[in-house]
Design a protein around this ligand. Structure first.
Ligand code: AHR
Length: 630
C-alpha cells in the first residue's frame, strides 16, 4: 500500500538524557495506558454531493437515466442522425414506464435505413469509462408505435466514432416492457471519451424509459459499486459508514428529504428526488445499496434517520405530528435489522437480501443546531423514547446538545482551516468524561480544491492525534465530504478527500493521512511526554496489545527538519526491525490531482531500532508513523 524504500536507516543509539534542547518524545511503556482506543474510531461519511454516487461510486454510465418532471432541455440526451436520416427527440410528460416514472424519452425517427440509422445518444457523466475486455450490462424500458423494431445499442468513442461494443435488441414494440442487452469490449484502449447510442434502422416512434448501462463492479456485486473507489475506501480500513447524509438526509424542504421507502425495490418503482446539492438523485444508491456497500467493506452502518427538520427552517413539532416520522424511522430500523418474518425484514428479503444487517448506532437527524425553532430537544427525546422501547440496545446519536436528557452520543462537526486544526488539536484533551460520548461525524481541514493539499493533510493529522489520544470519549470520526467528481460542474463543496473522473481516481494527501492513521490504530493509548518540540509538532502514541506493536505518530507541520530523540521507557533493549511511513512534500501547497495522482504519497522505510532510545530526523511538512514491535 505504501511505496517502499528498503534502505536501512542508521539510527544512532543515544542515551536520552544526553540530548538537550532537541525535541524529545518519551514513551512510557511501563505506565498504565491512558485510554482504550475506540476500535470504531475511523469510518466513512458520504452523501449525494459532488456527484458522489451518480457520476461516482454508483457506476451507472447513463446520465439522467430517467426523465424528470419539466425536463424540457434534455441536456444529456441528444439526437443521432447520419446522412439522410432524421429524428426528433423530446421529453414525453404523459407516457412513462411506471407510476413512479411517468415520463419518457420520445424518439421520433422520420427517416432512417440500415446504413443510415437515427436515434439518440447519452454522454454519461462527463463521458463513459470504457475498458478493454470488459462486460457491460444494459437494459431499457421501451414501447413503440410499430411492432418488431430492432434497436442497436453501441458504446462509441466521442472523437473517432469507433464502436467499442454493440448489440441489437430485437422485437421491440407494443406496450412498455424491459429489454436487456450485454456489451462486450475487445482489445481497445481504456478511455473516458465515450457515449452510448440507441438507434433505429427504419422510421418509427419509440419511447425509452430507464436506460441503464453498468460496468463491472466491486466484488462483482450485481449493480454494485465502482471498483477503484471501493478499493480506495477499503484501504482506509474504515469501521462504519454514516449514511445517507448530511444535508442529503434532510433536504431543503420536508418533501425533499431522503425518503428511504422510495429508494428501495426495483428501480422502476423509485421516483428519484431533488437533492439539496442542486441536482436530482437517481436513487440508484438506495437504502439497500448503502447497506450492501457496508457489507462489501465488512463494516457497519451508522444509520441517520430523518428527524423532522429540513434546511429551509422547516420543522415538525414534537408530539403527534412527529409520530409518522418516528414510525418511518422504526420501519427503517426494522428494514435494516429485522428477520424475514417482520414486515420490513420481509420487504428487504423481497428486495434480494434475506439476511439482516448489524446495527448499533442510529443518528437522530443531522446538524439540528441549525433548527432555529428550538424543537430538537423535544424531537430527540421523543425519538429516543420510542426507539429505545423497541430497540433498547441501540445507541442513539444526537446532532445538537440536548438539555432535557443526556444523549448516548453527540455528533460534532468541524470544518477548519489548517491554522484552526493546528490550534485546536488538543480540543478533546479536557472534555468532560461524564458527558455524552462523541462522534465527530463530519470534519476536515479545508485547504485546497477540489481536494485538500499537504497543508490540509498536516492539519488533519494534527487533529487526528488529538482524537486518538482521546478516543475513550471520541468513539467515532468520519472525514467529510469523501468524494468529488473533478470535472467542471462536478463540485459543490470544496476540499473533498478522493477525486475522480469517469475513468480514474486519486487520493488527496489528506486521504493518505487517513490511511496511515487508520492502518496503525492500536488498542490502547500509551502515555508519552513531548518536550522541546516548539509549535506545530503533534504526536500520539498507541499500541496494539495483542500484536505487541507500538505506533508512534509524529506530525512535523513546520518548514524545518526536526531531529527527535525518542526514548522507549520500558522497552526491551533488543534490536527491533521497525517501519517508518512518511507522507511529505516540498511545500504545504503540494498536492495530488487527476493528472498527478501520486505527487504526494506515503513512503515506507525499513528501520532498525536498537535499545530503548534512538534519534531520527523528520522531514519538514511531514506526517510520520513509526510501527515497531515492543
Ligand atoms: O459535508 C457537507 C455538508 O456539511 C453536510 O451535508 C452537512 O451536514 C454539513 O453542513
Amino acid at each position: 500500500m505504501f511505496k517502499q524504500i528498503f534502505a536501512l536507516l542508521s539510527l544512532a543509539i543515544v542515551p536520552a538524557a544526553l540530548i538537550a534542547e532537541e525535541p524529545s518524545l518519551t514513551v512510557h511503556l511501563k505506565n498504565r495506558p491512558t485510554a482504550k482506543v475506540s476500535p470504531t474510531l475511523y469510518g466513512l461519511m458520504t452523501e449525494e454531493i459532488n456527484f458522489s454516487y451518480d457520476g461516482g461510486l454508483y457506476p451507472e454510465l447513463v446520465r439522467d437515466r430517467t426523465i424528470g418532471r419539466g425536463w424540457q432541455a434534455l441536456a444529456h440526451w441528444t439526437i443521432v442522425q447520419r446522412g439522410n436520416s432524421a429524428v426528433e427527440v423530446s421529453a414525453d410528460e404523459h407516457a412513462g414506464p411506471s407510476a413512479a416514472l411517468p415520463r419518457s424519452l420520445k424518439v421520433k425517427v422520420t427517416a432512417a435505413t440500415e446504413a443510415e440509422p437515427a436515434g439518440v445518444q447519452n454522454d454519461g457523466f462527463w463521458g463513459m469509462a470504457v475498458r478493454p475486455h470488459a462486460i457491460y450490462t444494459g437494459s431499457f424500458y421501451a414501447k413503440a408505435d410499430s411492432a418488431d423494431l430492432p434497436v442497436t445499442v453501441a458504446l462509441m468513442n466521442d472523437q473517432t466514432g469507433a464502436i467499442a461494443a454493440s448489440a441489437t435488441v430485437s422485437g421491440v414494440g407494443g406496450d412498455w416492457k424491459r429489454y436487456t442487452f450485454t456489451l462486450k469490449t475487445g482489445d481497445i484502449a481504456a478511455s473516458a471519451d465515450n457515449h452510448l447510442q440507441l438507434t433505429l434502422p427504419r422510421p418509427a416512434t419509440i419511447w425509452f424509459g430507464l436506460v441503464s448501462l453498468f460496468p463491472p463492479t466491486y466484488h462483482d456485486r450485481p449493480f454494485g459499486n465502482r471498483v477503484d473507489l471501493m478499493e480506495k475506501l477499503a484501504a482506509m480500513r474504515p469501521q462504519f459508514l454514516r449514511l445517507p447524509g448530511g444535508n442529503y438526509l434532510e433536504g431543503d424542504h420536508i418533501p425533499e428529504r431522503f425518503e428511504w421507502k422510495k429508494t428501495i425495490g426495483p428501480w422502476i418503482d423509485r421516483p428519484t428526488h431533488p437533492s439539496p446539492w442542486h441536482y436530482r438523485s437517481s436513487d440508484g444508491m438506495g437504502l439497500l445499496e448503502f447497506l450492501e456497500w457496508c457489507e462489501d467493506l465488512k463494516i457497519e452502518p451508522v444509520l441517520a434517520v430523518y428527524a423532522g427538520y429540513s434546511m429551509a427552517q422547516e420543522h415538525v413539532e414534537p408530539g403527534s405530528a412527529l409520530e409518522p416520522y418516528i414510525q418511518d424511522a422504526l420501519d427503517e430500523i426494522e428494514y435494516v435489522t429485522g428477520d424475514a418474518n417482520t414486515k420490513w425484514g420481509a420487504e428487504r428479503a423481497r428486495n434480494g437480501h434475506p439476511a439482516p444487517f448489524p446495527l448499533h448506532y442510529v443518528e437522530i437527524g443531522n446538524e439540528d443546531f441549525f433548527d432555529r425553532s428550538g424543537s430538537y430537544d423535544g424531537r430527540y427525546a421523543q425519538y429516543y423514547r420510542e426507539i429505545k422501547q423497541k430497540y433498547p440496545g441501540l445507541q442513539l446519536i444526537a446532532t445538537a446538545p440536548i438539555k432535557s436528557m443526556k444523549p448516548d452520543v453527540l455528533d460534532e462537526h468541524y470544518y477548519m482551516s489548517a491554522e484552526q486544526s493546528f490550534a485546536d488539536a488538543g480540543h478533546y484533551d479536557k472534555t468532560d468524561r461524564n458527558g455524552p460520548r462523541i462522534f465527530v461525524g463530519e470534519w476536515a481541514t479545508r485547504e485546497g480544491e477540489p481536494t485538500p493539499n499537504l497543508q490540509a493533510a498536516l492539519g488533519d493529522a494534527a487533529w487526528m492525534t488529538g482524537m486518538e489520544r482521546n478516543s475513550d470519549i471520541v468513539i467515532m470520526a468520519s472525514y467529510a465530504p469523501l468524494f468529488v467528481n473533478v470535472n467542471p460542474g462536478g463540485m459543490q463543496w470544496e476540499t473533498d478527500l478522493i477525486g475522480y473522473n469517469a475513468l480514474t481516481s486519486y487520493g488527496s494527501p489528506s486521504y493518505w493521512a487517513q490511511v496511515m492513521f487508520a492502518n496503525h490504530l492500536g488498542t490502547e493509548v500509551v502515555a508519552s511526554t513531548l518536550a522541546n518540540a516548539g509549535p506545530r509538532i503533534y504526536t500520539s502514541v498507541t499500541r496494539d496489545a495483542q500484536q505487541r506493536r507500538l505506533y508512534i505518530k509524529i506530525v512535523n507541520a513546520t518548514s524545518e527538519v526536526k531531529r527527535f530523540n525518542i526514548a522507549l521507557d520500558g522497552a526491551s533493549t533488543a534490536q527491533h526491525e521497525a517501519r517508518l511511513i512518511t507522507l511529505s512534500g516540498k511545500s504545504p501547497n503540494a498536492t495530488n490531482s487527476i493528472t498527478h495522482p501520486d505527487a504526494v504519497a506515503p513512503v515506507e522505510h525499513a528501520i532498525r531500532v536498537s535499545g530503548a532510545a534512538f534519534e531520527h530526523s523528520f522531514e519538514p511538512y511531514s506526517i510520520n508513523v513509526i510501527d515497531l514491535p515492543y
